[in-house]
Ligand binder design. Structure first.
Ligand code: GDP
Ligand code: IMO
Ligand code: MG
Length: 429
């Protein structure tokens, strides 16, 4: 019973947390493998409504081990707050484990994130401001600090001072900010360690051992493939290398890619994006506003209004292929319930040519125009449908059209935020 990966196929917020909460029932381990608290995964189940940023969405099953993998950057204060808030609401974190190889988000990371966005001016990426890009940049630049260092107070102290010497030069000479004093940081992180030590372990070995025992490991992606540093809409992307792609899942948990046997792409039935960057099907008119209001499209992490538009079949086809998705979970079909008619982008037009691929260059990315196919809406409440055949014919046709366009079947169609508001066409695991 190898590993199954749940990845976002668009620009994030597709409903990955919601799908993982549903699928976790059949796994022994649920592991987050990438990013940090730039992610915001909403779960609505029998215990209430939760917004998780670093803790995996499997946490609501007390018997499951939940892993925060080596691929993450962790702000310990945020993690402690998340754990405390879960415990306060009756959710046990007894079986939560944090990788000793995960990197720490340090106080200078959000400072640099925000200062850097200001310097970019009109070219700002619209980051979450949480320090995630600077933390990953330091990992790649070998100036990161692994969480394991906290177990060795003298080693941590030495490493902190070494790194901070570099960072203070950057803060003062490049960003015109005040330097940071290592002492309060050292005290603060020591205090954090006293809370987190019990969770920290070699989670790679934990996952590999589970796989050796034939147990099912469910890997929870963050962000979406179009935000991927390598294959996304660069430079309007996030910064953890293959964060959003299935290939990153093995790397970010310390298992072999050969252990992954299923890749489930999560796609909204329309398109959203938070932050700046190209979005060919964006609707800046009343229809876009209507989608935002119907879907309550406001960011889980930053509360920013999400940009909304019609389903982009070209981008989705691209990300299905990149990730090797055998099937998709289509979420938020119910949000379209009141629309008289719907559009689906079936190709792009670029410089007078019809194309079916996502271009690489900035100018091209911003100049692609969507070519739409219009379909009738169903104007019926779908939120109580539990079988595909319960859906109105126009809704079935809409799902079928998307499947054909992107080349993958919808194994699951979600018609509401709650755990059971789902049509399971194929049980996936
Ligand atoms: P994630 O980052 O991919 O986990 O997604 P987010 O949690 O940021 O955003 C998805 C939002 O859609 C959350 O508010 C979910 O509760 C909600 N959601 C998920 N699936 C559905 C669905 O099928 N219908 C509706 N109406 N809401 C959904
Ligand atoms: P989940 O896991 C949506 C976006 C930001 C910004 C860009 C870079 O909830 O789907 P960063 O702070 O990562 O350097 O910002 O990436 N972004 C997300 N958008 N969902 C997310 O995560 C995102 N994580 C980052 O809005 O455009
Ligand atoms: Mg989200």
């Amino acid at each position: 019973m190898p590993a199954v990966v749940v990845i976002g196929g668009q620009w994030g917020d597709e409903g990955k947390g919601r799908i993982v909460d549903l699928l976790a029932r059949k796994a022994s381990i649920v592991a987050r493998y990438s990013a940090g608290h730039n992610a915001g995964h909403t779960i609505v189940n029998h215990m209430g409504k939760f917004a998780l940023h670093v803790v995996p969405a499997g946490i609501f099953y007390p018997e499951k081990t939940c892993v925060i993998g080596n691929g993450l950057v962790i702000d310990p204060a945020v993690l402690i707050e998340e754990i405390t808030s879960l415990e306060t609401r009756g959710v046990s974190t007894e079986k939560l484990r944090v990788s000793d190889r995960a990197q720490l988000v340090m106080p200078w990371h959000p400072m640099i994130d925000i200062a850097d966005e200001q310097l970019r001016g009109v070219n700002a990426v619209g980051t979450t401001g949480k320090g995630i890009t600077p933390a990953f940049a330091d990992k790649v630049g070998r100036l990161g600090i692994r969480i394991a260092e906290l177990a060795d107070p003298d080693g941590f102290s030495e490493r902190l001072r070494f790194v901070l010497e570099h960072k203070n030069r950057l803060l003062t000479r490049y960003y015109d900010l005040d330097p940071l004093d290592p002492e309060p940081i050292e005290d603060e992180y020591r205090e954090h360690w006293s809370r987190l030590a019990r969770y920290v372990t070699d989670t790679g070995e934990l996952c590999r051992e589970a796989l050796r025992q034939g147990e099912r490991v469910l890997l929870e992606g963050a962000q979406g493939t179009l935000l991927d540093l390598d294959n996304g809409t660069y430079d309007f992307v996030t910064s953890s290398v293959p964060t959003s792609m299935a290939a990153g899942a093995a790397m970010g948990t310390g298992i072999s890619p050969r252990d992954i046997d299923r890749v489930v792409g999560v796609y909204k039935a329309y398109q959203t994006r938070v932050g700046a960057g190209p979005m060919p099907t964006e609707l800046t008119d009343a229809t876009g506003d209507r989608l935002r209001e119907c879907g309550q499209e406001y960011g889980t992490t930053t509360g920013r209004p999400r940009r909304c538009g019609w389903f982009d079949g070209v981008a989705a086809r691209y990300t299905v292929q990149l990730n090797g998705c055998q099937s998709i979970s289509l979420t938020r079909l119910d949000v379209l319930d009141t629309f008289e008619s719907l559009k689906v982008c079936v190709a792009y037009e670029l410089d007078g040519r019809r194309i079916m691929t996502v271009p690489a260059g900035r100018r091209a990315l911003f100049s692609t125009r969507p070519i739409y196919e219009e379909m009738p809406g169903w104007q019926t409440d779908t939120s109580r449908c539990r079988n595909f055949d319960d859906l109105p014919t126009a809704a079935q046709d809409y799902v079928r059209r998307i499947e054909k366009l992107i080349g993958a079947p919808a194994a699951l169609v979600s018609v509401g935020p709650e755990r059971d508001q789902a049509i399971i066409v194929d049980p996936i695991i």
